[in-house]
Write a new protein. Structure first.
Ligand SMILES: Cc1cc2nc3c(=O)[nH]c(=O)nc-3n(C[C@H](O)[C@H](O)[C@H](O)COP(=O)(O)OP(=O)(O)OC[C@H]3O[C@@H](n4cnc5c(N)ncnc54)[C@H](O)[C@@H]3O)c2cc1C
Ligand SMILES: Cc1cc2nc3c(=O)[nH]c(=O)nc-3n(C[C@H](O)[C@H](O)[C@H](O)COP(=O)(O)OP(=O)(O)OC[C@H]3O[C@@H](n4cnc5c(N)ncnc54)[C@H](O)[C@@H]3O)c2cc1C
Lengths: 381, 260
């Protein structure tokens, strides 16, 4: 992996990036292909991230986080995703699953649950989508009915990353009607009445289980409600603004991995008596790939700096997600092209990268939805 | 228990390593520099001993300015403090001079109960520092350890070499050099990285240690590299087609090589 020279705020951030890069190189990259082929989730590797203090990077130290800005956190995500997309995406999803509690929980709720989520080895999932409510989550039907001091939850969530392997889920469910009738809950994975279905058979990201979550008369205490009743959708959308930055960083990591492979292969592969890297047709392909990687990185770094400075960043986050994930799709497709026939086989990682690049264009708001968000900002300004 | 661990910064084994054209010493700028993995294992061992009882772990490093990165790594793993000997005069020092400097640096602190080192460095390692140091400090040496334990005032080590296993025992204070199989070093944590920031690092020059500058450096080394050539590229192997007689062909080849 060609190292990335980054402008980091201080030496501790540089040391952290070194640690993350070392873990990526020693513990993740060597086993990623094997785990993905076997559709095996790297639960142990996430525990190592937990022991290394990497599961709560952008949250407050008071509750076990590292208190870091998004710029440094996203750089870490990019490094992890470059070694293994399932781990990068998984950390991004985990980070998002902590968001509602960290930002909207009461101190009592945060004291009780957050330290284990940020500073321990627990893993989270977040459950917003349903089969009939994807791009339009406000149309969800899963219900949480108040019964005295408790809620009774019934319904089925779909497409849940870490379904069946997470320790808890951040759940969006209906407590009333309309888009103002959705609330946010923190639910333990082991609670009676909650089942994860077998994972979807996906084209890529096969190490990361995506399942439905079936809630049958699941009862939770009232203190599991995060924020106010009816505040669920705004919380979910605000979490997505940050989550999209995570996905942008992961897409950049994936694209960069494909670019590195392509450059190395092009230098070593000869046709017509010359390395194919010396043909302008390949040179321009590689140059465009590099431009795609670096544009994606520039976009997420810019949005992260705005976030870290306390400025509005939702539009920039959507742009970063759109640009970085579209770039990753193109870069990984072109990497297969550079490899020729070899790229189409499973002997080389680029065909897997291509398969993995498709889903970031879809989840955390499809790229059509990103354009809707961007246009909404343009029209309202 | 006062434990001293010797640590060295070496070129990353993942990057291409070469000798400098000017004086045939290791070209330290051409490659990424990291804490030598065998030293990570020595630090890990020290931390395990400390965690099993009590004590303080001091890392001692002789190396240029940027060796502070390797020192910080050891501190972020959990070592308590560091001594860094940093002096341009040291460039090109041989094992004898380096050991003298290390001995003097150790002498600056409280007398150690245990000195831990790697058995040899992955760069221009002579593998002799622990032995020379044991002579200079007058301490028993237990080298090539794949297992170490402390029992009261005794240190026990399982020494592993090509000749087999040897069980060693000595009274403390002693020097132990650890081998590849001793342990799996821990990764630092983010908390460790932040804590390392506040841990004390004492930096000394050769003069601070009372070592004569005429005893160290390339010009005063007892050994010198007169010439070096890169490793020749690997030649293509010899192929034998298996036409039902593959086994015979391999045996014949091994006979020509006087291997059977
Ligand atoms: C691998 C994977 C992991 C996932 N992980 C999670 C998770 O952890 N938690 C979670 O809650 N969800 C998760 N999801 C769900 C994901 O967020 C949804 O798939 C996504 O929001 C799209 O919803 P949908 O699949 O229902 O597609 P639909 O909403 O049905 O969209 C179909 C197509 O229509 C387009 N479209 C829809 N509305 C519009 C419009 N108004 N204008 C223009 N085009 C439109 C879309 O862009 C898309 O191209 C995951 C999905 C996948 C594939
Ligand atoms: C599924 C599959 C089925 C196949 N079936 C058959 C078959 O039935 N019979 C058969 O004979 N072959 C078959 N092939 C081989 C196929 O035709 C070759 O893979 C193709 O010609 C490319 O050759 P290559 O894979 O060696 O790539 P390379 O020639 O090494 O090309 C690698 C990259 O370099 C580029 N490149 C090469 N030269 C130049 C240049 N001068 N200028 C610019 N760019 C250049 C290429 O466009 C490509 O992007 C098959 C391949 C696959 C993947």
């Amino acid at each position: 992996m060609v190292p990335v020279e980054r402008l980091l705020p201080n030496r501790e951030a540089a040391d952290l990036l070194k640690l993350v890069t070392e873990i990526a190189r020693e513990e993740l990259a060597p086993i990623s292909a094997e785990y993905e082929a076997a559709e095996r989730f790297p639960r142990e590797q996430f525990r190592l991230l937990g022991r290394s203090g990497l599961l709560g990077l952008p949250y407050q130290e008071r509750w076990g986080g590292a208190g870091l800005g998004y710029e440094v956190y996203l750089a870490c995500l990019e490094e992890l995703a470059a070694a293994w997309m399932t781990v990068g995406v998984g950390l991004s999803v985990h980070t998002m699953s902590c968001y509602a509690l960290a930002e909207y929980g009461t101190d009592a709720q945060r004291d009780r649950w957050l330290p284990d989520m940020l500073g321990g080895e627990l893993l989270g999932g977040y459950a917003l989508s349903e089969t009939n409510a994807g791009s339009d989550p406000a149309s969800m039907s899963t219900r949480a009915d108040a019964e005295g001091a408790r809620y009774r939850i019934n319904g089925t969530k779909a497409w849940i990353t870490h379904g069946g392997v997470a320790d808890y889920y951040k759940l969006m469910a209906r407590t009333g009607e309309g888009s103002h009738g959705i609330s946010c809950f923190l639910v333990d994975a082991g609670i009676p009445g909650l089942e994860a279905t077998p994972p979807e058979k996906k084209m890529g990201l096969t190490g990361s289980p995506t399942t439905q979550l079936v809630f049958s008369n699941v009862e939770v205490e009232g203190d599991r409600l995060l924020g106010e009743e009816g505040q669920g959708l705004p919380i979910a959308l605000s979490a997505l603004d940050s989550g999209r930055l995570g996905i942008a960083a992961c897409a950049v990591g994936l694209a960069r991995a494909a670019l590195d492979e392509a450059v190395a292969y092009a230098k070593g592969r000869s046709q017509f008596g010359r390395p194919i890297a010396d043909f302008q047709g390949i040179e321009f392909l590689l140059a465009d790939m590099a431009a795609g990687v670096e544009t994606g990185r520039a976009m997420y770094v810019d949005a992260a700096r705005r976030r870290d400075a306390g400025l509005a960043f939702a539009k920039q986050a959507s742009i970063a997600k759109l640009v970085a994930t579209d770039a990753a799709m193109k870069v990984t497709t072109d990497a297969v092209q550079v490899f020729g026939g070899a790229g189409y086989t499973r002997d080389f990682p680029v065909e897997r990268y291509l398969r993995e690049a498709k889903v970031p264009q879809i989840f955390e708001g499809t790229n059509q939805i990103q354009r809707m968000v961007i246009a909404r900002h343009l029209k309202s300004s | 228990m006062n434990i001293v661990v010797l640590v060295k910064q070496v070129p990353d084994t993942y990057s291409e390593r070469k000798l400098s054209d000017a004086d045939s010493t290791l070209d330290r700028d051409s490659a990424d520099a990291v804490l030598d993995e065998i030293n990570e294992k020595a630090v890990e061992q020290a931390l395990q001993i400390k965690e099993a009882g009590e004590g303080e772990v001091t890392v001692v490093c002789v190396g240029p300015d940027r060796a502070t990165d390797a020192i910080r790594k050891a501190l972020s793993m959990g070592a308590d403090k560091a001594v860094h000997v940093c002096d341009d005069a040291l460039h090109g020092s041989d094992v004898l001079a380096t050991a003298k400097v290390i001995a003097a640096a150790i002498g600056k602190g409280d007398a150690p109960d245990l000195v831990l080192a790697g058995n040899e460095a992955t760069d221009g390692g002579g593998g002799a520092i622990p032995a020379i140091l044991s002579e200079l400090l007058g301490l028993p040496q237990l080298t090539h350890a794949r297992e170490v334990s402390i029992e009261g005032q005794t240190v026990k080590a399982t020494r592993e070499t090509d000749e087999g296993l040897t069980y060693l025992e000595a009274n403390l204070p002693a020097i132990v050099s650890v081998a590849e199989k001793i342990n799996e070093p821990r990764y630092p944590s983010f908390k460790g990285i932040m804590a390392a920031k506040k841990k004390p690092v004492d930096t000394f020059t050769v003069a601070d240690l009372g070592v004569d500058a005429g005893e160290v450096g390339l010009g005063n080394a007892w050994s010198a590299v007169t010439e070096a050539a890169p490793k020749p590229p690997r030649a293509a192997g010899q192929k034998a087609e298996d036409e039902g007689d593959g086994g015979t062909k391999i045996a014949e080849y091994l006979v020509t090589q006087k291997l059977i």
